[in-house]
Ligand binder design. Structure first.
Ligand SMILES: [Zn+2]
Length: 326
């Protein structure tokens, strides 16, 4: 199915949390999802074991600083109107983010999506006076208890102080000092509430977990992410940037346009092969045994988990590419 067809279907089917009802719960092994949900949620609980990640700061431009190791990346723009932050880090490490900003006041905080690694510091910065901007669906996840099938447990909503105060569905723009900031929706790329934040004058674009140059890409299928959405979202990002734009994912190094294009092409290849196999009734295990991931120039830490999540996403969106599987 052509991208345009897929996209028009997706946009017609935008239903927020209600879309969950269409996610087939297949039973059996949910190991892939367990790892996704556990890793994202535990990072925010402060209960993580092992060595504490070390926080590092790097100036990307005169105004924009990358704070990494919290445990992912946080982007900070300094302006005469205060700091604009993209993501707040985990709850355990957000204090370090704040410390790294010295006494500068955070005026605006964007959440690229709902995961705890990106929203764990919401309460801290909100209580210190920040407005929290996020996609409407991200706000819904943060404000609601929800069930994690892989762990057979409920995750509690964040306290009210940590909830987004300004939400949007499509896109918007704002000024912070001399900087023009654009932000917008990236449909179903990783969750169902992913956004980009583009510091236009500084030429730095934060894209959340929509690209993953280092760790295996995570498809949070339970909240609406899927590989087709991921490829489309990368196309949207590629249309925004210039060759020298600094593209910041949640995890891993800053990317160039060419590097993002390369990751996008790998995801497209996997999409083409796995949707075809899904349409023929093949499972993630079948795909693993067929060597699907050996066809692309990328190493995966846990190939089965990635394929499992890809398949779950495909099942939830099967009418977007085929329709023979039920
Ligand atoms: Zn995430």
């Amino acid at each position: 199915m052509k991208k345009t067809d897929r996209r028009s279907f997706l946009q017609a089917g935008l239903t927020g949390l209600a879309g969950l009802a269409s996610v087939p719960l297949l039973g059996g092994s949910l190991a892939g999802c367990a790892m996704t949900q556990t890793s994202t949620r535990q990072a925010g609980s402060g209960a993580a074991t092992g060595p504490k990640p070390s926080l590092a700061t790097e100036k990307l431009t005169e105004r924009v600083t990358l704070i990494s190791g919290v445990p992912g990346n946080v982007v900070a723009l300094t302006s005469s109107d205060g700091v604009v932050l993209v993501d707040s880090g985990s709850s355990a490490l957000a204090g370090g983010v704040r410390k790294s900003l010295a006494a500068a006041k955070v005026r605006t905080l964007f959440n690229t999506h709902y995961h705890a690694d990106q929203t764990g510091g919401n309460e801290l910065f909100s209580k210190a006076g920040a407005e929290i901007h996020a996609h409407k669906i991200t706000a819904q996840w943060l404000e609601t208890d929800f069930y994690v099938p892989a762990d057979d447990r409920w995750v509690k909503a964040l306290p009210k102080a940590a909830w987004p105060t300004k939400t949007f569905r499509e896109k918007g723009e704002m000024k912070a000092g001399d900087e023009s900031i654009e932000y917008g929706y990236l449909l179903e790329a990783h969750t169902r509430g992913d956004i980009y934040v583009f510091f236009r004058d500084s030429n730095v674009l934060a894209i959340g977990d929509v690209a993953s140059p280092q760790r295996d890409p995570i498809i949070d299928w339970y909240t609406g992410g899927w590989l087709g959405g991921r490829v489309d979202a990368m196309d949207d990002v590629l249309a925004l940037v210039k060759d020298d734009t600094k593209i910041v994912p949640c995890y891993g190094p800053v990317m160039t346009k060419a590097q993002l294009q390369a990751e996008r092409d790998i995801m497209q290849k996997i999409y083409d092969v796995t949707t075809d196999m899904t349409d023929k009734g093949r499972s993630a295990q079948d795909m693993l045994e067929a060597g699907v991931l050996n066809q692309v120039n990328r190493k995966f830490d846990d190939p089965y988990r990635f394929l499992y999540d890809v398949c779950k996403g495909h099942w939830a969106h099967y009418t977007n590419f085929g329709g023979n599987i039920v």
